[in-house]
Ligand binder design. Structure first.
Ligand SMILES: Cc1ncc(COP(=O)(O)O)c(C=O)c1O
Length: 401
């Protein structure tokens, strides 16, 4: 391997949200943080070299992208996903969550119903609520360790609540489903049938495991493309979340104009200087790095699956098809959500995301972030194993032996 993803790079005292705010957030100081969705890997060297060059120049005035920026983004999606965009469709935004909120305000009115599929990335619900729209949930169904969509419920919810907007998470955070073409086509067709716009959050598109392929929703049919706001970003792929750059594609002119009006009224204008450069350089030079990272993450996933099977029988791993986030089922421990959160943080000394924060169906689960050197994942398994030994059921078992 050309890149050393095993290297543990300290992020303490860097202002990292993941590492430096445990005590402020009521966690033990020596907790191992595998929560918020950024990775503990350095971005491709071509990106950091470019940022150093800009830093050395020393002037950080207003910046704007030119043709090569679009070319780099366009080439990436065209080459990797067969999504062929035009420069006019692209709107740059400081983040995907910012874009979700803009879309909610651009396309719906106060009180309108918005459909999401929980358990899901918490800002989907919080943006709907914060904008005073009505949250409607199509709960994902766990069948034999595999999540699937209840399409009857999906359609009934669209009809009954007259949902104006559906926020799709593809691939899905937290349980790592990579939706198949058929699943995406069905959702796309139902939304068209019931006149519901789709905001497709495809921020995790670059992380799929062998045997699974991400399909950009807008490639499935021209009429679906016309009904879709596609949200992408280099931030998950290349670990650039702190640079705040995302690319939103809106092919439909009327929808695009509405979105732009909403962005303009928010007072936002250009991306930050570093974000523009990092995005362009990452998409232009980062593919080799990403290919090796994907192999490394597959190794992390395999390690976790084996370790859980062998040493943590109380916990079940939902096999992820994509993303570097893994959804763990702790329901066998029989703890309430708050009790489980507390036990994981204070007994196992692990900072994970509590499942209940992902909404309906999340209670009893935890999300772990495996975008880290394997040594940290080993440490996490050791900590969980030790914590499980302290539980009465395990203690009794040991005493019997
Ligand atoms: C599905 C999903 N959308 C959006 C985001 C955040 O995007 P941004 O930082 O661009 O707002 C995340 C981060 O975890 C995510 O998982």
């Amino acid at each position: 391997m050309k890149y050393d993803f095993d290297a543990v790079i300290s992020r303490h005292n860097t202002g990292a949200l993941k590492y430096d705010f445990a005590v402020e957030r009521g966690k033990p100081a020596d907790i191992l943080p595998l929560w918020v969705a950024d990775m503990d890997f350095a971005t491709p060297i071509e990106v950091s070299d470019k940022l150093v060059e800009i830093a050395r120049h020393g002037i950080f005035g207003y910046s704007e992208s030119k043709g090569p920026y679009f070319e780099a983004v366009h080439q990436w999606f065209s080459r990797r996903f067969g999504y062929h965009s035009e420069e006019a469709w692209l709107i740059k935004a400081p983040g995907v969550v910012f874009a979700l909120s803009c879309a909610i305000r651009a396309y719906t009115e106060t009180g309108d119903a918005i459909l999401i599929q929980q358990p899901v990335y918490p800002p989907f619900a919080s943006m709907v609520n914060a904008n005073e729209r009505t949250l409607v949930v199509n709960e994902l169904v766990l069948d034999n360790g595999h999540y699937r969509i209840d399409f009857d419920d999906f359609e009934q919810k669209l009809i009954k609540h007259r949902a104006r907007l559906f926020i799709l998470c593809s691939p899905h955070n937290p349980m790592g489903r990579v939706w198949t073409k058929e699943e995406l086509r069905t959702m796309g067709a139902l939304c068209l049938k019931h006149r519901c716009l789709i905001v497709a959050d495809e921020i995790h598109c670059d992380f799929t495991y062998p045997g699974h392929r991400h399909h950009v929703l807008a490639t499935l049919a021209p009429e679906i493309a016309e009904n879709t706001i596609l949200c992408t970003a280099p931030s998950k792929t290349f670990n650039l979340a702190g640079l705040q750059a995302s690319n939103i594609f809106i092919q439909n002119l009327a929808l695009r104009q509405k979105f732009i009006r909403q962005m303009d009224s928010s007072g936002y204008s250009q991306l930050n200087t570093m974000g523009i450069a990092a995005c362009e350089y990452a998409y232009r030079y980062g593919e080799d790095w990403l290919m090796q990272l994907r192999d490394y993450l597959a190794g992390n996933r395999d390690y976790l699956r084996h370790a859980i099977g062998a040493r943590l029988p109380e916990i079940r791993m939902i096999e992820p098809e994509g993303t570097y986030l893994v959804w763990l089922d702790f329901r066998a421990l029989g703890m309430q959500a708050a009790q489980l959160d507390h036990w994981v943080a204070h007994q196992a000394k692990l900072w994970l995301n509590g499942g209940a924060s992902f909404g309906t169906g999340g209670e009893g689960f935890m999300r772990i972030n495996i975008g880290c050197p394997r040594a940290l994942l080993r440490e996490a398994v050791d900590r969980l194993e030790q914590a499980l030994h302290t539980l009465p059921a395990r203690k009794n078992q040991k005493e019997k032996l």
